[in-house]
Design a protein around this ligand. Structure first.
Ligand code: NDP
Length: 291
């Protein structure tokens, strides 16, 4: 029997509707939230993400400012653009699409963004605030995962959570969020031993690895909630397919609930980006934050 699917697509659509209502309410005060997205180079996947972000930003009624720079752009020029966007009062959120070309120091660029406009939540100040329980901009993908977990499970306090992956953009902030919810959190990575045994103890399993279908069905604790962040492009039976980090069919036979790929975590990421931009705009204008 298939367990309840966690439908990220419809969840994300609900978030976008709430953001659109918030944007409408701001328009009565003559305020329009603005999101600037900076793309350096021609990476095809990044170009698709940036295009989708622009479309969805406009759909909820916000202004979208897209800056497409040559792959050869110098770090100094990129930093100068970010300084300009930091000063621009029409811009409430700034996102620099990763990965950046190799000659650019990503940390230097991300840390040049005004933390109040850092809607991706990658600035070291926001990472530090999240880790110390202060009001932060929270990275969009883990924020989306947390929303779905809360919706499915309610109070997460006391649950055993395993996060597989320790990147700054997914694994680490995910672990911080779950810790703040009162979970007992284990973070696994490429050096972890006995990963299947760690997984079998987890009431919540978040996979953010980037290895197609690595998490097997017999790793899943019966009834566990499985959040699959992975997006892997593979070929099967001669056809291109998108799969997650979890063997979906096998895990679905054991889990209490599971996110599909596609249609799970993916759609939540941009929805949370828009929610963060609305929050940033409200904070910048001294207005109450949306729920
Ligand atoms: P990274 O490559 O930055 O991190 C991957 C993590 O997985 C690392 O911590 C790595 O460990 C760990 N890892 C690698 N191999 C193993 C293994 N065999 N066993 C256990 N851990 C392992 O990836 P990201 O965090 O950026 O992304 C993870 C996945 O999520 C990717 O598929 C990406 O496409 C997807 N993603 C999806 C998003 C969405 O919107 N749905 C948004 C962002 C990412 P170590 O640190 O030791 O190297």
């Amino acid at each position: 029997m298939t367990p309840p699917l966690i439908d990220g697509k419809s969840f994300a659509s609900g978030i976008r509707s709430r953001v659109a209502s918030g944007v409408l309410a701001l328009s009565a005060r003559g305020i329009t939230p603005g999101l600037a997205v900076v793309l350096v180079g021609e990476d095809p996947a990044s170009a698709v993400y940036v295009r989708n972000k622009g479309v969805q930003t406009r759909e909820v009624g916000m202004n979208s400012y897209e800056h497409k720079l040559e792959a050869t752009t110098s770090q100094a020029d990129l930093l100068a653009l970010i300084a300009r966007l930091n000063r621009d009062s029409d811009v409430h959120g700034i996102l620099v699409q990763l990965p950046l070309p190799g000659h650019i120091d990503s940390d230097a660029v991300l840390n040049a963004i005004d933390p109040a406009k850092d809607v991706d939540g990658f600035h070291v100040i926001n990472a530090g605030r999240l880790a110390t329980g202060q009001k932060a901009m929270v990275p969009c993908t883990p924020l989306g995962c947390l929303m779905m977990l809360r919706d499915r499970l309610g109070d997460l306090s006391g649950l055993d959570a395993l996060v597989i992956g320790r990147s700054n953009i997914v694994g680490k902030p995910m672990a911080q969020l779950l810790l703040a919810e009162g979970c007992t959190v284990t973070i696994a990575h490429s050096r972890s031993r006995n990963l299947p045994d760690l997984a079998r103890r987890a009431d919540i399993l978040v996979a953010a690895v980037g290895r197609p279908e690595m998490v097997q069905g017999d790793w899943i604790k019966p009834g566990a909630t499985v959040i699959d962040v992975g997006i892997n492009r593979i070929e099967r039976d001669g056809k291109p397919r998108l799969v997650g980090d979890v063997d979906f069919a096998a895990a679905a036979a054991v889990a209490g609930a599971i996110t599909p790929v596609p249609g799970g975590v993916g759609p939540m990421t941009i929805a949370c980006l828009l929610a963060n931009t609305l929050t940033a705009c409200c904070r910048a204008n001294g207005l109450p934050e949306p729920e």
